[in-house]
Ligand binder design. Structure first.
Ligand SMILES: [Zn+2]
Length: 142
């Protein structure tokens, strides 16, 4: 899996040569050229080609968003397993933080780590945790 880079390392209103961009993220110039091949726009100049900071930010952000995985209904992402897991319903606890949202806490069935998932009360059924809301009693909209 590709490493993730903080897009904010690039200043929005600056431009970078390939070498500067490489230095910014601690990667090789070849890696930056691979980004250009993969769609990172460059500004052609009479000197070295320049990469706009804003383009760099947008490119890296887009790449990172594409890697995000959504948890299927009824599952919570386990940080230890690095997989979405379907917790044992007995272990699910709904902690209402506000009338409209809260946290689900449960136990990973594979590694026993504690799982957390932020939930919107009105979307609990959609998220596959309608049962947890009913256990908590009264927190769920009818
Ligand atoms: Zn786990």
């Amino acid at each position: 899996m590709a490493k993730s880079y903080n897009p904010r390392r690039a200043k929005l209103h600056r431009s970078y040569t390939v070498a500067e961009a490489a230095g910014l993220f601690g990667i090789t110039r070849a890696a930056v050229r691979a980004w250009i091949k993969a769609g990172l726009p460059v500004v052609e100049t009479s000197g070295p080609n320049l990469i706009l900071g804003g383009d760099l930010q947008a490119f890296l952000t887009k790449r990172q968003v594409a890697r995000l995985r959504k948890c299927p209904p009824g599952t919570i992402y386990c940080l230890r397993c690095r997989e979405p897991r379907r917790p044992d319903p007995e272990t699910i606890v709904l902690i209402a933080l506000k009338p409209t949202s809260g946290n689900l806490r449960a136990q990973c069935p594979a590694c026993d780590a504690t799982l957390y998932r932020r939930v919107t009360m009105s979307k609990l059924d959609q998220a596959g945790f309608g049962g947890a809301a009913r256990q908590a009693g009264g927190a769920a909209p009818s």
